[in-house]
Design a protein. Structure first.
Length: 269
């Protein structure tokens, strides 16, 4: 527990040093079995030290002394749905929060290969939700699918196996946001070419970086919300009386069909 406390405190101070929080913004938790180590409420992340951290149980109740921050529910909903997650980091990095507070999301689809492997084929921007149960309900469906989200009119929350991984994911979201905002002056970012998507999804699935990544290929269509309504059928003979599209022998490989569908989904067609 001593090491975990040190990591949470270090992560908290990094958020302040990077300019990603102000006032009492942001929060960090890490899991040790059934307990969470958490940053205290109403405290600048600049001033957090291991001795000032609090502990809470799986329902968010404080163990011992101290007061937990109001957004603990967001952390708990992630831990409930992701047994592989050991830490959650929430902050308000300026560029990503600007996008979270705008009408567009230029970082939703990947435009850098490394980012697709690290974060997946989508960085969703959730609609604004009131703190408490509405915010938890908005976040819950994404916990198994991604490792970071933009919280509408709020900020960024990211998670991973430990504090370092969660922090790096939040850092990458902010980096992508900074690039996208800079690129807006010259026409905006251009998504990765379609031919790159499937190999990068496969690389993400093999990287061993968490449950969402492990299932990257299988959940791509679900993640993008554009699974085809009629699936192509690979047949050995024509089916002239069938309304289902068929592919004649030698017409295409199944892997090509799957790739085309993923590309179509990514393009939103």
């Amino acid at each position: 527990m001593k090491q975990l406390r040190a990591e949470v405190a270090k992560t908290s101070r990094h958020l302040h040093a990077a300019g990603w929080v102000a006032n009492h913004d942001g929060n960090v938790t890490a899991r040790d079995g059934a307990r969470l180590v958490a940053t205290p409420t109403a405290t600048s992340k600049r001033d957090v030290v291991a001795e000032r951290l609090i502990e809470v149980d799986g329902k968010g109740a404080v163990i011992g002394s101290g007061k937990v921050f109001g957004e603990i529910g967001l952390h708990l909903v992630i831990y409930e749905r992701r047994p592989d997650v050991g830490a959650v980091v929430h902050a308000h990095p300026p560029n990503a929060t600007a996008i979270a507070s705008s009408r567009q999301n230029p970082i939703e689809l990947p435009f850098i290969a490394e980012a697709l492997v690290s974060l997946g084929p989508k960085i969703p921007k959730l609609a604004y939700a009131q703190p408490g149960e509405p915010a938890k309900a908005a976040l819950a469906p994404w916990c198994e699918l991604v490792d970071a989200v933009l919280l509408g009119n709020h900020g960024v929350i990211a998670w991973g196996k430990d504090c370092e991984t969660a922090l790096l994911r939040l850092e990458l979201v902010e980096h992508l946001a900074k690039i996208a905002i800079a690129a807006a002056a010259i026409g905006g970012v251009e998504p990765l070419p379609a031919s790159a998507i499937q190999p990068l999804l496969a690389a993400r699935a093999k990287a061993g970086i968490g449950r969402a990544a492990d299932r990257a290929v299988e959940t791509a269509a679900q993640l993008l919300g554009t699974a085809p309504t009629i699936a192509p059928v690979v047949a050995c003979a024509p089916a002239p009386h069938s309304s289902v599209p068929t592919i004649p022998p030698g017409g295409a490989k199944l892997s090509d069909v799957v790739r085309e569908e993923i590309v179509r989904a990514l393009r939103g067609s």
